[in-house]
Design a protein around this ligand. Structure first.
Ligand code: G4P
Length: 525
């Protein structure tokens, strides 16, 4: 197969959802329908149970599961499909944001009872930054959910995206009879508690087909006809280019746990979802079809076993062909490395990979050289853009409890930041170190790992910081600002200047007083 053919047949996507909406279930069902697994129950949830018993070692066990299901590749209809899993727990949201930089599209799962939830909104913001195409799957139709039109309104409003229903529910909860596939113009009847995969559909000629009465009661047919008329009147036709530019989300309805509405979703996905496309580096746009390999690291998973202190770096292949055993150039370090130990992910098996193509994810064993955001190439020097850091939600100061171990603490902090566990800000004044995270769990993770892996004893003390804002502007304006606010200026790990604002009100005041300085909540601007 040529490189072009390999690229054309790849579909790399992520499934995102608010915890509990059914992401794990849907992932499993897609694998089941795709023929990659034979039985339900094979995909373990990577959800972190925050019950009273769960401490951070429990989380680690969960992380063990999540590495196994980090990437699931399978073949379906001559396509190579790669599903990238995203951590469900919101304390690991930053991990999810980074994973989204490695996909070409997403499927967003929404619970029909709960509608659009907070985490869904945040994830959508990240998709919008890169205009990632989104398909919505409204799940749990077997429950008494909200009205379908109301749900669609909520998606349009809260997620700021146009929707186009591709299927339509016939009833819901106890009265669920099936879905009408607008896209395929056929009918999929619902049988409750079906545990096997079903492929049969009722071929009909649209909602006006008189044969509908063989399958549905008159009242259901009447409602269906009215609703489909309304759907066609209210929503624009499906427009592939609007979908591909992230402006229109096709919507499917189903019940993942009941294997219902999955085949339609998968079949439509394979038809409309994008293949790998070009990506920007700091220097130029690189096409996937270019002969030379390039890719970037979006995730690093550390092995917690002290006897095997290796890490797996996940590389998204962006151009050319990756070949095991080759020397590749790490742009940040300006150095070549040989990668003889490379892993691919098929269904739930990890296997050694000889070659990989754009869209594929390869796991590289690493002993501490690689870092999130690194670009690997065959000599080209541009770094792939698009792995930004978001201003953290929680901030705490690092207090070294063992003065003899400051070197170890420094090394540990640096390496853990490279893995993306948290963000480090070093104040210009007094070299105070403040760590920022999305959730409180990360502080537990840091403290434990610093002690156990680096022998450094540190604690994390609360500090009065509301936001970290990256600043930019004309040099003289930024200099004047830094001089004025020097007690609140820190540098991030890349050496970029950051203003550490103490309160929301104060930040607003400062912004008004320094109109020539730009304040950013994302490190890439
Ligand atoms: P997540 O990864 O998004 O967090 O969600 P997950 O798939 O783990 O699903 C969350 C819960 O919702 C699970 O129940 C799952 O069985 C249920 N679920 C998924 N799809 C459907 C559906 O179509 N209808 C209904 N009624 N429920 C659905 P659980 O009780 O937390 O776990 P389990 O014991 O059932 O596995």
């Amino acid at each position: 197969m040529t490189l072009e053919q390999e690229i054309e047949r790849r579909r790399t996507f992520g499934i995102i959802a608010h915890p509990d909406a059914g992401k794990t279930t849907l992932t499993e069902k897609l694998l089941l329908f795709g023929g990659a697994i034979q039985t339900a129950g094979a995909v373990k949830s990577n959800k972190i149970d925050m019950g009273t018993r769960s401490d951070w070692m429990d989380i680690e066990k969960q992380r063990g599961i999540s590495v196994a299901t980090s990437v699931m590749g399978f073949e379906y209809k001559d396509l190579k499909i790669n599903i990238l899993d995203t951590p469900g727990h919101e304390d690991f949201a930053e991990d999810t944001y980074r994973t989204l930089t490695a996909v070409d599209s997403v499927i967003m799962v929404i619970d029909c009872v709960k509608g659009v939830e907070r985490q869904t909104e945040k994830l959508m913001e990240v998709c919008r930054m890169r205009n990632t195409p989104v398909i919505c799957f409204i799940n749990k139709l077997d429950r008494e959910g909200r009205d379908a039109f109301e749900l669609l309104d909520e998606i349009e409003e809260k997620l700021a995206i146009k929707v186009r229903p591709m299927s339509w529910p016939i009833g819901m909860g106890k009265t669920l009879r099936g879905v009408f596939n607008i896209y395929e113009n056929n009918l999929n009847l619902y049988e409750p508690n079906k545990q096997k995969r079903v492929d049969e559909v009722v071929e009909i000629q649209g909602v006006e087909d008189p044969n509908l009465s063989d399958h549905l009661p008159d009242s259901a047919i009447e409602t269906l006809r009215e609703e489909i008329e309304l759907v066609n009147g209210v929503y624009d036709e499906f427009d592939s280019s609007a979908y591909l530019s992230g402006e229109m989300a096709p919507v499917f309805f189903g019940s993942a746990v009941n294997n219902f509405g999955i085949r339609e979703l998968l079949d439509c996905f394979t038809e409309i979802a994008p293949q790998p496309h070009s990506r920007e580096t700091e220097e130029r746009e690189i096409l996937p079809t270019e002969n030379k390999f390039s890719g970037f690291i979006f995730k690093i998973h550390a092995n917690m076993d002290p006897k095997h202190r290796n890490r797996i770096a996940f590389v998204r292949v962006c151009s050319g062909k990756f070949q095991r055993g080759s020397n590749y150039f790490n742009v940040r370090q300006n150095k070549n490395f040989r990668f003889s130990n490379a892993t691919a992910f098929m269904a739930q098996q990890k296997e050694t990979v000889e070659e990989a193509f754009p869209g594929d994810i390869v796991g590289l064993y690493d002993t501490g050289n690689l870092k999130i955001g690194d670009t690997l190439s065959e000599g080209e020097k541009g770094i792939y853009k698009g792995i930004p850091s978001f201003s953290p939600e929680l901030f705490r100061e690092v207090i070294n409890l063992d003065a003899m171990k400051s070197k170890q603490l420094e090394k540990g902090l640096n390496q853990l930041m490279d893995e993306g566990v948290a963000q480090l800000f070093t104040f210009e004044m007094g070299s105070r170190k403040v760590v920022g995270t999305v959730g409180a769990l990360q502080f537990e993770v840091l403290q434990y790992r610093l002690l156990n892996e680096y022998g450094a004893n540190a604690k994390f003390e609360s500090v009065n910081i509301y936001k970290a804002c990256w600043i930019s502007g004309d040099d003289d304006k930024v200099d004047a600002f830094v001089k004025d606010k020097y007690r609140h200026i820190a540098k991030d790990k890349e050496g970029k200047l950051v203003f550490m604002a103490e309160t929301k009100a104060w930040l607003q005041m400062v912004q008004e007083n320094f109109p020539d300085v730009q304040f950013h909540f994302i490190s890439e601007f």
